[in-house]
Design a protein around this ligand. Structure first.
Ligand code: AMP
Length: 304
């Protein structure tokens, strides 16, 4: 902890010295804004990792990346907020896994400086009526399957970016379209912010880590490996070749249907920059898919 850091905490925290060496947990927008103003006054740069909690190694890899981006003299802020605005009316908002005390420990161990965990009342006070919507990259895939999802994502992130005032924000490649939509919002609305996209962390069996994996029974967990197998099969199919996306999609659909509890939501082949669908899949094409295993909806993606 530098002298700057000590001064900064003393100014920002109402309890002087009590948390000089500890991670600070902030639960109100006004306290977080106060902290951000102190960082700005002291020219301390901030790297930010927004999450919905129920943290796993995927999230922690983003925290490590945030630290790498911002250095020892910078600050790493993580938010934990299960954002109701990005859940559809029939989605798993109420059931979404929450374990704040475990998350808090994991963040402290990972070297997070500030954990911002606001309540719904803080983020969406009564009468809230302003939303941010990206209208191009958000239309297909997750946006088509979950019509209000990205409006909720961009709205909450615009708010969080304003509140935390980071110079870097780190997102996972696991949510490939989300990262592209956020990058576009940041560009279109002139947020002075660099978006960093960090690689997908997977289980040894290949399943991408996700807070929603907790919903899977042991048998469903085994069946969920089909997502990764489908991505690998697509990769093999384009080695030295360009193949019609429609026929590759049908092949992968049959592969996924081999699992008794699986139900394909979508498979898309697209340009990784524009997210525009392609007719021919080849090296450099991005594939993304969403598959229900039982009632649990899982997503994954890869470059071919
Ligand atoms: P969530 O808590 O699901 O909203 O995710 C918060 C951030 O963690 C998002 O940027 C996700 O893309 C990222 N993330 C989730 N799972 C993984 C994973 N397996 N590997 C890398 N990043 C991930």
């Amino acid at each position: 902890m530098t002298l700057f850091g000590i001064v900064e905490i003393c100014i920002a925290s109402p309890v002087l010295f009590s948390n000089v060496f500890a991670m600070r947990v902030v639960q109100t927008v006004s306290a977080m804004q106060r902290q951000a103003r102190v960082w700005q006054t002291l020219h301390v740069p901030v790297a930010f990792v927004p999450t919905m909690g129920s943290l796993h190694e995927g999230h922690l890899s983003l925290v490590a990346r945030a630290r790498q981006e911002i250095g020892r003299e910078g600050r790493v802020a993580v938010s934990i907020y299960v954002n109701p605005a990005q859940f559809g009316p029939h989605e798993d908002l109420a059931a979404y896994p929450r374990n704040f005390s475990r998350d808090k420990k994991l963040c402290a161990q990972a070297g997070v400086d500030v954990l911002f965990a606001p309540s719904d009342r803080e983020m969406y006070p009564a009468g809230f009526s302003t939303y941010v919507a990206e209208e191009r990259l958000s239309q297909g895939m997750e946006g088509a399957a979950r019509p209000t999802h990205f409006r909720g994502v961009t709205t909450v992130l615009a708010k969080l970016f304003h509140i935390v005032q980071p110079s870097v924000a780190v997102f996972g490649a696991k949510d490939f379209q989300q990262a592209a939509v956020v990058q576009k919002m940041v560009q279109d609305l002139n947020f002075p912010l660099k978006i960093v996209v960090s690689p997908i962390v997977r289980e040894p069996g290949g399943l991408a880590l996700s807070s929603r994996n907790k919903y899977l029974t042991p048998s469903q967990h085994r069946q969920a490996a089909i997502l990764r197998r489908a991505l690998e099969r697509a990769r093999e199919a384009v080695v030295g070749a360009s193949v019609p996306a429609a026929s590759l999609r049908e092949e992968l659909r049959a592969l996924i249907a081999s699992q008794p509890e699986s139900r394909l939501d979508y498979i898309e082949f697209f340009d990784p920059q524009t997210l525009a669908p392609v007719h021919q899949a080849k090296r450099g094409t991005q594939i993304a898919l969403a598959v229900f295993i039982g009632k649990t909806r899982l997503i994954d993606n890869a470059p071919l």
